[in-house]
Design a binder for this molecule. Structure first.
Ligand code: XIL
Length: 380
């Protein structure tokens, strides 16, 4: 396990196995090689490069969402630092962590940001406005007369603290939900209920003031597949982006989360990215992963199917010039957010751990890693 990313089968065979070469050993060798080929961690082609170096050559960056667990695992740190160029704090900068007790506690967010900076990694701030992860006190206290102050105070304090150190902020997250029944397609979250639809432009205006150089992003979930729900979201999102642009709201980019599922197809997302790009916005893939909740078969079959989903999606989007970076929501299956606790609708029926990420629980590349590498290579 010396150097996980430059593992070279031929070299290993020459330097070790061939020394022991006898007929008996040959059989064992043959079995072990075919066994490992059948297993999930061996990929057909190997790049010497990391996902970040391939991305960088194409003018993009590759990153992963990480959390406090990285500080307990040196082996993970060594392995991951060879592969990534960016970090999104998975939870450490959300309201329920920074504002758990109303006062500001920046310890988790600081630590992740310091880690990123000390390793020259891009840091993507996540997130300032969301309908999830709001502390109880906020849900109880917010009302139409204090909502604007609460919004401004939070955005201002958090973003000012990190001014100049954050590449891009997911200012608003998952704010469109046509199923909520409003003609404008906006989600009925606490901010909308207390401030009206204008809370979105307010959030971006406060964000711009707090950190004028950060890229300001609207990040959206389940917007990438061909389902009628996702199509409705794309329509509402385009309508919103056009409106914000017409009002000169300081928003720079759209984040497409891309939490993918096994029956998803992606025939419509390209046209959408093109339209968003033509409006003048950049596009980031912000939370890419593939849930294998409903994928049957042995581990190799599951990994292959997961990799196929990565390819299907990335091949459809990789050549749009609006795309500027790709972040996976986690990097190793060992620390997957999908496995940390039981999540209805995500946990597998057979209770086996999910395998949604580019590397496995030993930090070895899976076919998913290869699929991402191949897709990045294809960018013109
Ligand atoms: C998830 C985290 O990964 C979990 O650890 C946490 O319990 C819930 O939130 N969309 C987002 C992310 O924007 O912040 C979510 O992250 C996943 C879906």
């Amino acid at each position: 396990m010396k150097n996980l990313f430059e593992y070279n089968l031929v070299k290993a065979l020459k330097s070790y196995h061939l020394k022991l070469f006898k007929l008996g050993h040959f059989l064992i060798l043959l079995l072990s090689v075919t066994g490992s080929l059948a297993f999930t961690t061996t990929v057909s082609k190997t790049y010497k490069e990391s996902l970040q170096s391939i991305a960088k050559e194409k003018g993009l960056f590759y990153g992963a969402a990480l959390d406090d667990y990285i500080f307990q695992d040196k082996e993970l740190q060594t392995a991951i630092l060879k592969d990534i160029g960016a970090i999104t704090p998975e939870n450490g900068c959300k309201w329920d962590i920074i504002r758990a007790n109303k006062d500001f506690n920046f310890s988790h967010c600081d630590r992740l940001l310091d880690f990123a900076r000390s390793h020259d990694l891009i840091f993507r701030g996540h997130t300032l406005v969301w309908h999830v992860a709001n502390p109880d006190w906020l849900n109880k206290e917010i009302n139409p007369s204090n909502a604007d102050r609460l919004l401004q105070e939070h955005i201002n304090k958090v973003m000012s603290r990190y001014r100049g150190k954050v590449h891009s902020w997911d200012v608003v997250n998952e704010i469109v939900a046509p199923e909520d029944g409003r003609p404008d397609g906006l989600r009925k979250n606490i901010w909308l209920q207390n401030l009206g639809g204008d809370y979105i432009e307010k959030a971006f205006i406060y964000a711009k003031k707090a950190d004028p150089n950060a890229i300001l992003v609207y990040n959206e979930i389940l917007i990438e597949n061909d389902s009628k729900e996702a199509r409705a979201k794309r329509q509402a999102t385009l309508q919103l982006l056009k409106k914000l642009k017409a009002k000169k709201v300081p928003i720079d980019a759209l984040g497409i989360q891309a939490h993918l599922w096994n029956n998803d197809t992606f025939n419509e997302i390209g046209t959408f990215i093109d339209e968003v790009g033509k409006l003048g916005f950049s596009v980031y893939i912000t939370e890419l992963d593939v849930s294998d909740t409903y994928i049957q078969g042995d581990l190799a079959t599951r990994d292959k199917e997961v990799a196929k989903l990565y390819s299907d999606f990335l091949n459809k989007i990789i050549n749009y010039s609006a795309i500027k970076g790709i972040v996976t929501w986690g990097w190793s299956d060992k620390y997957s957010w999908m496995n940390r606790h039981e999540i209805p609708g995500i946990t597998r029926e057979d209770k086996q751990p999910l395998r949604p990420h580019p590397v496995d629980d030993r930090f070895l590349k899976k076919p998913a890693w290869q699929a991402i590498a191949d897709a990045l290579q294809q960018r013109n």
